[in-house]
Design a binder for this molecule. Structure first.
Ligand code: CO8
Length: 263
């Protein structure tokens, strides 16, 4: 029996180095990312990273959703002080950045909010033609809290990132590929095969080369970004001091349109 409840883990492939496959698995909540899921994901990532028999990790979700964001019922009751003091669900959100081996995101369906941010923390993303990316936090009266305002502009450029962040619209797989967020788009029924094949190719190369390429690309891409993500986290927490956060999340939970006070 699996030691996890919110994710599934498997080892795939043949040859001396294999692939660790992690599947996000809260189907009823469209893989919304709660503390338990993020804790389990962190543990699974570090376990595969420490396993000499594993060369690469593939992170995926379901056909319907990679992940529809951080878990809104968990966040809804927070105020600024509780968010600030607890770090609001930040534990294990960035564990993926500690992984030295390549992590491939295999995304089908919704990758929204924290789900899009998690996908962007993978080393590259292979998308199914059904994938939809977005940062809709503004609809909840908050902002992204795990790198969305920082990594999205670096991936797709300022204009498209501003458009997505400010209008909350979703971007389909073709637009994500044009913008450079994803490396390739494949038919949905081929997504996992394609991601596992890419992993298998990487597994056949020299491990030090793969680790160093990953480290160096990330050094260039992520470097000064981490400071900005820390500022982003503070503002993310600060918005839990506003009525509009309460209204945005209450409206979502009660399936009604929000009526923001501060327009
Ligand atoms: N959290 C919890 N539950 C969710 C979430 C979520 N983010 N998204 C969907 N669900 C649930 C729904 O409540 C619903 O549950 P139920 O059946 O019990 O009512 C179920 O999943 C299915 O959802 P829908 O019925 O809404 O399905 P639709 O196909 O009609 O719509 C959508 C799918 C478009 C994905 C829609 O569910 C939606 O808009 N979801 C919210 C998306 C969103 O706003 N995401 C951003 C959340 S905020 C965030 O991610 C901040 C990250 C900060 C990270 C900071 C770390 C430190």
């Amino acid at each position: 029996m699996s030691q996890y409840e919110c994710i599934l883990t498997e080892v795939r492939g043949d040859g001396p180095r294999k692939t660790g496959l992690i599947t996000l698995n809260r189907p009823k909540q469209l893989n919304a990312l709660n503390d338990q899921l993020m804790d389990e994901l962190g543990q699974a990532l570090l376990a595969f990273d420490a396993d000499d028999g594993i060369g690469c990790i593939v992170l995926t979700g379901s056909e319907r959703a990679f992940a529809a964001g951080a878990d809104i019922p968990t966040m809804a009751p927070h105020n600024f002080m509780s968010a600030f003091k607890s770090g609001l669900i930040s534990k294990n959100w960035e564990t993926i950045l500690q992984v030295r081996k390549p992590v491939i995101g295999a995304v089908a369906g919704f990758a929204l909010g924290g789900g899009c941010e998690l996908a962007m923390m993978c080393d590259f993303i292979i998308a199914a033609d059904t994938a939809k990316f977005g940062q809709p936090e503004i609809k909840l009266g908050i902002i992204p809290g795990a790198g969305g305002t920082q990594r999205l502009p670096r991936a797709v450029g300022k204009s498209k990132a501003m458009d997505l962040l400010l209008t909350a619209r979703m971007m389909d797989a073709a637009e994500a590929e044009r913008g450079g967020l994803v490396s390739r788009v494949v038919p949905a029924d081929k997504l996992l095969d394609e991601a596992l094949a890419a992993a298998q190719t990487i597994n056949g190369f020299s491990a030090p080369s793969t680790l160093l390429i990953k480290e160096l690309v990330n050094r260039s891409f992520e470097g000064p970004l981490l400071d900005s993500v820390a500022v982003e986290r503070r503002y993310f927490h600060a918005l839990f001091g506003t009525e509009d956060q309460r209204e945005g999340m209450d409206a979502f939970l009660n399936k009604r349109a929000p009526n923001f006070q501060h327009r």
